[in-house]
Design a binder for this molecule. Sequence first.
Ligand code: AP5
Ligand code: ZN
Length: 216
Amino acid sequence: MNIILLGPPGAGKGTQASRLEHDRGMVQLSTGDMLRAAVKAETPVGLKAKAVMEAGELVSDDIVSAIIGERLDQPDTEKGAIFDGYPRTAAQAESLDGLLAERGRKLDYVIELKVDEDALVDRIVGRFTCANCGEGYHDKYKLPKVKGTCDVCGGHEFKRRPDDNAETVRTRMAEYRAKTAPILPIYEARGLVRRVDGMAQIDTVTKEIEAVLDGK
Ligand code: AP5
Ligand code: ZN
């Protein structure tokens, strides 16, 4: 099964994708994570993407579709992919159709996480992750049980994303409204869209997505 998680920055795409990966053995394909890895490794793609990402704008369609295409060639994606943060434009949606068709695969669902945008700024500006294992935390909603110590790996170093400040978040939201939200009708016309309340508790959101995937 191949699904897209669609929603604005902070909607919970990454949170839910990593849970589905863990629970269902599907593979999370986050273009944001792939681009951040490229920036960190200072690859040619990373060098191009760095400033664009820090400004909250979208990296070019060709770059992201190329990295997704390469990733889909790895055999672990055959058991099912969760597209997280991709596609983000009509051109990317078209590329994804081609990339899947070339490999004899298809899209099963597009899950839209419905959220209240005002609440998202708060979610994003407060979040941080363990620098060692990547576990996600939040200043208000999910602090480590022991202050300064990761619940999962016991690490003491945490990091925040450079694009998680209020100003850049507003640009990211505007990009979502202008370029990403308009791809929903394309998928709606194909009967693929299912809506889930992204403002509910994290566990509830997971259950709702699982129900969709189980055809309930
Ligand atoms: P990307 O990494 O994709 O970021 P994003 O879309 O802005 O999404 P986020 O990761 O911010 O949010 P999320 O929906 O995953 O929420 P999360 O689960 O973390 O993209 C970053 C940049 O890369 C882009 O701006 C662009 O420059 C570039 N890029 C990436 N893909 C691209 C593409 N395809 N084309 C072009 N450019 C691309 O949750 C957020 C917080 O809320 C967390 O703290 C979490 O714990 C908390 N939370 C989650 N769910 C809940 C809940 N139900 N209740 C309470 N808190 C919750
Ligand atoms: Zn950790």
